[in-house]
Design a protein. Sequence first.
Length: 275
Amino acid sequence: MPSGVAAAATVAMSRSARPEQEVGRGSGAGGYDDEAAMIGALGGRGVNHTVPIPRASVEALPRAVYEAGRPMPSGTILYRRRTLYIHGILFLLLAGGAFVGGYFVGRGDATLARQVARKHASRERVLLDGKLYYDTGAGSIAPDAGAVFIALPAGKFPRATLSIQGLRPRDPPPAPTGESVRTLEDFGGVYARADQAGAFSVVLPEAGKYRVLIISRQTARDKETGIDELDLSEMTKYFYRADDLVGRHNYRWTLEEITGGSASLDHNFGRDGGE
């Protein structure tokens, strides 16, 4: 009995080992090409046909691969061609703008330099001299000794009208440091009296336009000729009692443009109308 039982056990063990041997033979030296072939070989033997196939892992393309398959040097940064074109156009625009801006800045500097030069030249003192005459009525002229010469800057007016004390032809010549003369000079004007030869000389603070008033000492207007209304209106913007400053004397009120360096101004008052 024991030997029979042992024999039965041996047969059972040999039967249970066959599937493993068959599987081993299928995966031996010949092997299976893939999992599908192996599943086919095991078909019908209780093997699950729906064996999960692992997903192929998605790996990023190697960074060292670029055009033509050449390796990219370490640290290299790639740009699109369109970006490079845009950068090039912007560079050209900036360069052109800088050139144009520099051109106009240069022109502006040159213009400013010329303006400064003209302004500096206009502020240079100007020597102005001249002679004042009158007609004697005998076919000759004579110096108008004691005649008054006044020049005032045009385009501006004193805050308070200037005093005429000592400035009239009939007044004794004022001292250069007299109040009326100093006030007139502080305003930018000049005052002078003609000498015995009828000559005068002044130094203007700068070139430019001046209102010039010259008043005869030796001749007078006739009784029917008064001061021109427009002249008197303009003179009263500068002087207090301008009509008294001129009086009955012949006069001339003009706008003169005095250039730099030196200038000259002569005038003949004509005949005496007060005779």
